[in-house]
Ligand binder design. Structure first.
Ligand code: ZN
Ligand code: ZN
Length: 366
């Protein structure tokens, strides 16, 4: 059913709760698609914005990890039609820029505005005022209008809450292992931070048959989750120096260390945990303005590599269907990641649980 007004959770001020409001949604313009949201994840990236650690402008509808059913398509849209089930990508893909040409569309540098449509106008309004939408999505709402290339059609027999997680946490975590770091079978891995994305780095490492997977966190309940997703060893960073503990467990360090918190200090630890010729990979997204320091000589005489990965270095049209096939084949655990389900009006409770580290992943189900 097409709506012209709908319920959405709006961020009106940093550090404040989201407010459930009635807003107006315009129909899709050429090259855009309207999607009825089935489920949307409660992700740390949204939380960074709520807390004001990332400031992009207000008022804004957050939400970027989402799946739903296509309601209607704008003029000139092909490849997706009403009734299709779809996972929403939170990155555009202009198709013609240097990065799209390289097959690196999640880094697309084509379209300009990240919080409105490609033509620079907004589709969501409140009392005549434009509302920004995070990543051109803004899925903390009953429906969204998004650029067509961000809508990836998918088989229609997968639960919406599982599909939603493919749109961020699963692809980011598993993709960091298989696309960015390219972890080889038999290698050793450490994962610092066992939240929704970190657990997916762990299960990605298990998927490619890493021999040791050391999970590092400060919370024992998260280390317990880590074991369920394939960690062979766990290290509680509050029980002594995490770097020393990982080195002791692995005979001097790991082949791959993943930082999945977004913290300058833990990035330094990831570098220190790698063995000679090892790779430290930054997955976590730090608050704007964070810094790390390291000994540059390490990168020469140990040939340490430091890499970063955005959105699992994914190609959504290839990787989303792959992640779903792996999930349906029982090789990735996605339903098991969902520890809480909420309705849209419980969204602030969802962020409180995330902030306290109580959940693997919380999902809002419509
Ligand atoms: Zn996310
Ligand atoms: Zn592009």
């Amino acid at each position: 059913m097409l709506l012209d007004t709908m319920k959405a959770a709006v961020l009106n001020d940093y550090g404040q709760a989201l407010e459930l409001e009635e807003v107006r949604l315009d129909p899709p313009r050429p090259g855009e698609v309207q999607v009825r949201i089935g489920a949307t994840g409660v992700c740390h990236s949204d939380y960074h914005v709520i807390k004001g650690e990332w400031k992009y402008g207000l008022p804004m509808i957050l939400g970027h990890e989402a799946a739903g059913v296509v309601e209607t398509v704008g003029e000139g849209v092909g490849g997706v039609k009403p009734g299709d089930h779809a996972v929403i990508s939170f990155r555009p893909a202009c198709g013609v820029c240097r990065l799209c040409a390289m097959g690196r569309s999640v880094l697309c540098e084509g379209p300009g505005d990240r919080f409105k449509m490609h033509d620079g106008t907004a589709r969501v309004h409140r009392d005549g005022q434009d509302l920004l939408v995070l990543a051109r999505v803004g899925s903390f709402a009953e429906q969204v209008v998004v650029p067509a290339e961000q809508v990836i059609p998918i088989r229609d027999d997968v639960p919406m809450d599982v599909l939603a997680l493919i749109g961020c946490a699963v692809t980011t975590g598993v993709g960091a292992v298989v696309n960015a770091a390219k972890v080889e079978p038999g290698s050793t891995v450490a994962v610092i931070g066992c939240g929704g994305v970190g657990l997916n780095v762990i299960q990605g490492a298990a998927l490619v048959n890493a021999s040791r997977i050391v999970a590092v966190d400060l919370l024992d309940n998260k280390l317990e989750y880590a074991r369920q997703f394939g960690a062979t060893d766990t290290v509680n960073g509050s029980a002594g120096d995490a770097v020393e503990q990982v080195r002791a467990l692995t005979g001097g360090g790991v082949d791959y260390a993943f930082e999945v918190i977004g913290n300058g200090k833990t990035v330094e630890q990831a570098i220190q945990m790698t063995r000679v010729a090892g790779t430290a990979c930054i997955v976590g997204m730090a608050p704007q303005g964070s810094t790390s320091s390291f000994d540059p000589l390490l990168f020469v005489n140990k040939e340490t590599k430091l890499i970063g990965t955005w959105y699992g270095s994914a190609r959504p049209r290839i990787d989303f269907p792959r992640m779903i096939e792996l999930t349906m084949a029982g090789k990735l655990k996605v339903n098991e990641l969902i520890s809480r389900r909420y309705s849209l009006d419980q969204i602030n409770e969802g962020f409180e649980c995330l902030g306290r580290g109580e959940v693997a992943r919380g999902v809002i189900v419509f």
